[in-house]
Design a protein around this ligand. Structure first.
Ligand SMILES: Cc1cc2nc3c(=O)[nH]c(=O)nc-3n(C[C@H](O)[C@H](O)[C@H](O)COP(=O)(O)OP(=O)(O)OC[C@H]3O[C@@H](n4cnc5c(N)ncnc54)[C@H](O)[C@@H]3O)c2cc1C
Length: 398
């Protein structure tokens, strides 16, 4: 494992940092980023993505043919690490650039790639992910939204839930059942959906944080052209694996988002640093952050040697979620009673505290991540399953 940058990487980091310094403000040392109105966040994300694009920093590791820079995953990771030091809004492009883009590069048709990938990098379109349903979250393959072929179109009816930023989305990636007569993993097809199509009803859900980050989405006789199928009809589960793997890497890869410098600065500023149990909790937070950083180095080393990473690839998301939960608990202890306030310094930390549930569930729950680590990293036996060979239509569902 090499920890430091090579001379070329150090030069790239310095160039990226200098450019970021000219175009973005430094990230505040304390945690204050919270949007009362999410449309402000989405607007800032669009503006920042456009700025990245116009200056040649969008899609660093994407091939040039898709509008990217043709750089390496290492360069992309370095840029993300540096970008995390600045107040750059990126979240609204998580589905487009973090999930739909890699999926289209791997499975899309030439027309789909040509039309949609450069537009993602320009920040033209916000995308959402229409996968989860009321009866299909961890067990996503049980999904019940139906798509029926009608000539050159598919007619889709069903309900999705947890759709992050669906109220702002221009496009969606959608999983729907096209063959109920085969076992659940086999009868699913992966679609691209224009969110302005008739028959789509997006209903925001207000969360514990006060914002409506995600939505219920009702689809009633929504028509999708056959040319919007990604991969083969009935093969959507395989295509979705690219999306889900990219999603976990995106959430766990946070570009140094696990830094506890802000928390330590907070404890120094309000005197909590002198309290012994708090010092120990800060030490543990620092150790977790350092562990994540070194896991990230292992990922980078694998990429720079052009080989697939090992267990660290599976561990990152779970480790990041656990770190987040423990760190925001420490932040509340550092803030003391003022942690209950909803303005000033406490506001940002309070929001982060309440958001821990989102990190621990979204992109696969902690328990499901542990199952993945058990099966794919440790080689333990698969979970017992009684429904893998039963036609979906014969399954008992709620
Ligand atoms: C902030 C946030 C944003 C999200 N955004 C999107 C989005 O944009 N698009 C989208 O499609 N989905 C999205 N999701 C949905 C997310 O993928 C699901 O919440 C997740 O897969 C869990 O599904 P569920 O909520 O239905 O819980 P369930 O699957 O019902 O799980 C309930 C509980 O049972 C446990 N459990 C379930 N199965 C097992 C098992 N086999 N072994 C051990 N324990 C198990 C789970 O860990 C959990 O604690 C989002 C979720 C969150 C929190």
């Amino acid at each position: 494992m090499h920890i430091g940058d090579s001379p070329e990487e150090a030069e790239f980091r310095a160039t990226a940092n200098a450019w970021l310094g000219q175009h973005a403000s430094p990230r505040p040392s304390t945690q204050t980023s919270h949007y009362d109105d999410l449309s402000d966040h989405v607007r800032e994300c669009r503006e920042w993505q456009r700025t990245l694009h116009d200056h040649g920093w969008a899609g660093i590791a994407w091939p040039k043919v898709f509008g990217g820079c043709g750089g390496s995953p290492i360069e992309s990771a370095i840029f993300n690490e540096e970008q995390a030091r600045f107040a750059a809004a990126t979240g609204a492009f998580a589905v487009a650039i973090g999930m739909a883009g890699p999926t289209l590069m791997a499975h899309g048709t030439t027309e789909q790639q040509r039309e949609l990938l450069p537009a993602m990098l320009r920040g033209d379109h916000v995308w959402c992910q229409l996968f989860s349903e009321p009866g299909a979250g961890s067990d996503l393959a049980s999904l019940a939204t139906r798509a029926v072929r009608d000539g050159d179109e598919w007619v889709v009816t069903g309900q999705k839930v947890w759709t992050s930023l669906g109220q702002f989305a221009d496009h969606a990636i959608l999983l729907a059942r096209t063959d109920p007569d085969v076992p659940k993993h086999r009868g699913i097809t992966y679609f691209l959906l224009d969110m302005r199509s008739p028959g789509i009803d997006v209903r925001p859900l207000r969360q514990i944080t006060g914002t409506a980050h995600f939505n219920e989405v009702f689809l009633t006789d929504v028509r999708i052209p056959h040319s919007n199928v990604v991969g083969e009809v009935g093969n959507g589960w395989k295509v979705a694996q690219t999306t889900l793997t990219s999603e976990r890497a995106f959430i766990g890869g946070g570009g140094g988002a696990w830094s506890v410098d802000g928390l330590i600065a907070l404890a120094q500023s309000n005197g909590a640093i002198h309290d012994l149990p708090t010092r120990q909790a800060l030490m543990r937070a620092h150790s977790r952050a350092a562990t994540l950083t070194y896991l990230g180095y292992r990922l980078r080393t694998a990429f720079s040697h052009k080989r697939m990473p090992g267990a660290e690839m599976f561990i990152m998301k779970l480790a990041y979620a656990r770190h987040w939960a423990a760190t925001v608990d420490t932040a509340m202890a550092v803030l003391g009673a003022s942690g209950m306030l909803t303005d000033g310094e406490a506001k940002g930390w309070g929001q982060y505290h309440l958001s821990q549930f989102a990190i621990r569930l979204g992109g696969g729950t902690d328990e499901v991540q542990a199952n993945i680590i058990g099966e794919q990293a440790l080689g333990l036996p698969r979970e017992p399953s009684i429904d893998r060979d039963t036609p979906w239509k014969d399954l008992v569902r709620s």
